[in-house]
Design a protein around this ligand. Structure first.
Ligand SMILES: [Zn+2]
Length: 311
């Protein structure tokens, strides 16, 4: 097995040079090419830790075929600044795909990552919420082979639940995502969401590493074609976000995945000026898919999301 350290070079608009780290584990045996992408959102660092752990585990003890590539940070400036968006231009990198080689920094970064990803048999995009969450697979719903293979790989990963996003349909917000564009170009891809790194237990990390190892070795990666519709094993949900109606200390009052009905109280916001309490009510019926930890929130802060089961 060989380990390579490389770079993806990007020319920023002011002609200063920026590069993304590109790592590779080569088994020196024929097999699928997979790519892990972490930290598209600069404030999300769980994926960096997961890539480190997975590479360590494979190097130490595990057998695999083919190769495993990893971009440990797709947004190095956002990582330094601790910002979700790319600080130059303040854009969400994961809404810029397929990117543009003569565009701004976000568009160029997206184009370079997309070009690399198009040569892969599987791409896994690693994210984390800033909120309480289970281990969530993100599946792009689309009628093609890549979407079917991706669902087989997600079944192999076995997350707690799947967040299902419809490509070029009901969720236009996600049309510029890496996974959406890969699936449409028939490259198997899925996303992962989880709690932030500081709230991930060692047991959860261990479980995700084992799941990732199973996923990258999924037998369906090279056994194409795969035309029949694949059913997800774990429950899949569409989600709807809910926001704060005032600033203050947010206190969640329901546990994750609790059933809630439309209008039901799911938390309280305490006003800093007079200590009065206001309820936060669920915008619709479903399960509490994600919810903020107790914290100070601004007006119209994203507090969480409600999941509606789709399978
Ligand atoms: Zn993210």
């Amino acid at each position: 097995m060989k380990f390579y350290k490389g770079k993806i070079n990007i020319s920023a608009p002011n002609e200063s040079k920026l590069s993304l780290p590109l790592l590779k584990l080569d088994s020196e045996k024929p097999g699928p090419k997979r790519l892990l992408v972490a930290n598209q959102h600069g404030s999300e660092t769980a994926g960096i830790m997961l890539i480190y752990k997975l590479f360590e585990k494979i190097k130490a003890s595990l057998d695999f075929n083919g190769s495993l590539f990893a971009v440990t940070t797709a947004n190095p400036l956002g990582l330094i600044r601790g910002t979700r968006n790319v600080p130059v231009g303040d854009k969400n990198l994961n809404r810029q795909y397929p990117g543009n080689l003569i565009g701004d920094l976000s568009a160029q970064t997206a184009a370079k990552i997309f070009d690399l990803a198009l040569g892969m048999d599987l791409v896994i995009d690693l994210h984390n919420f800033s909120r309480q969450s289970m281990i969530i697979g993100v599946a792009i719903d689309y009628a093609n082979q890549a979407a079917n293979i991706s669902k087989e790989v997600i079944n192999e990963f076995l997350p707690d639940a799947v967040w299902q996003i419809t490509a070029k349909g009901a969720d236009p917000e996600f049309d510029g995502c890496l996974d959406t564009n890969l699936i449409i170009n028939n490259i198997p891809a899925f996303g992962l969401e989880m709690p932030p790194l500081e709230f991930l237990s060692d047991r959860e990390i261990e479980r995700i590493i084992e799941s990732l190892y199973r996923a990258i070795n999924c037998q369906f990666l090279l056994n194409q074609p795969k035309d029949q519709i694949v059913k997800l094993i774990c429950p899949a949900y569409e989600t709807k976000k809910f926001y704060s109606n005032q600033a203050g200390i947010f206190l969640p009052e329901k546990t994750l995945f609790a059933e809630v009905i439309k209008g039901e109280k799911i938390g309280t916001i305490i006003d800093v000026n007079d200590l009065s309490k206001k309820p936060v009510n669920s915008p619709e019926s479903g399960i509490l898919f994600t919810v903020k930890y107790k914290c100070f929130v601004q007006l119209e802060a994203k507090l969480g999301s409600i999941g509606r089961k789709v399978n």
